[in-house]
Design a protein around this ligand. Structure first.
Ligand code: NAP
Length: 252
């Protein structure tokens, strides 16, 4: 199988898109290290759903630089390598500028940037030396349509994902000469815990109507694109940011 012998580290692998990414890589023969923040039971259920193997579920807060370092070291100590890093963990915190008090505004920005942007940057910094030593690797960052379209009431989220796109493209150029290929996937609305309140609320019908498909994406659809970008033979996609938003927002 295409990922036989490969170790794939998926952040936020306990639920939603990260869970689907883990299942998809495992179907290709990969050994998975899935990181979660607090939902240990969900993470263990993902491991139980994978084909047998030395897969790991590891707790860490990606917003904490020391925990990120420990996480990567644990994966390398226990599984020997990291061939693919999927920076998927993220948060979507509402903070409308007109009604959010100043302290809450600062907290929303700090938490969001720490989790969605600095976390992935630190993961890259910790993983890359191991990839260089192994002769190469793949990094796929999960960003968002909101980076391009704007993300009203979630301004920090939009900014964090725009930053993650920029990080991806800078790294694509910096790391490709070392055999490390960096790409990004930018989903629109996907049916996960992150969006349940929006999709089940009064705006749900309008959200689904944003796409000519008349629906939101499934986590599996995002996962298949993530896995495709990490598949040997797709090297010239390096630096790409692939939209997976059901044509709800078309960049020119
Ligand atoms: P989700 O269902 O809310 O799951 C989030 C995952 O991230 C969980 O595994 C959670 O761990 C983990 N996580 C959150 N904060 C963390 C932290 N500080 N440290 C470590 N892990 C943390 O989210 P999702 O919808 O699958 O989203 C996955 C990614 O896709 C995110 O980056 C999101 O921004 C992006 N995205 C989602 C959508 C969408 O519509 N759903 C659209 C565009 C982009 P626990 O389970 O332990 O809490």
């Amino acid at each position: 199988m295409i990922f036989d012998g490969n170790v794939v580290l998926v952040t936020g692998g306990s639920r939603g898109i990260g869970r689907a990414v883990a299942l998809e890589f495992a179907a290709g023969g990969a050994t998975l290290a899935i990181q979660y923040r607090q939902d240990r039971r969900a993470a263990e259920e993902v491991i139980a759903a994978l084909p047998p193997g030395p897969h790991l579920a590891l707790q860490a807060d990606v917003a904490d630089a020391a925990q990120v370092q420990d996480l990567v070291q644990t994966v390398v100590d226990r599984l020997g390598r990291v061939d693919v890093l999927v920076n998927n963990a993220g948060i979507f915190v509402q903070h409308p500028v007109l009604t959010t008090d100043y302290a809450a505004w600062q907290e929303a920005w700090r938490q969001t940037i720490d989790t969605n942007l600095i976390g992935p940057a630190n993961l890259v910094r910790c993983v890359v030396p191991h990839m260089v030593a192994a002769g190469g690797g793949r990094i796929v960052n999960v960003t968002s349509r909101g980076a391009f379209r704007g993300e009203p009431e979630h301004t920090a989220y939009g900014a964090s994902k725009a930053g993650l796109n920029s990080l991806s493209q800078s790294l694509a150029q910096e790391l490709a000469p070392h055999g490390i290929y960096v790409t990004a996937v930018a989903p629109g609305f996907v049916e996960t815990d992150m969006t349940t309140a929006y999709l089940d609320g009064p705006g749900g019908v309008a959200i689904r109507a944003q796409s000519p498909l008349g629906r939101t994406a499934t986590p599996q659809e995002i996962a298949r694109v993530v896995v495709f970008l990490a598949t040997p033979g797709t090297e010239s996609a390096v630096g790409a940011i692939v939209d997976v938003n059901g044509a709800s927002y078309l960049r020119t």
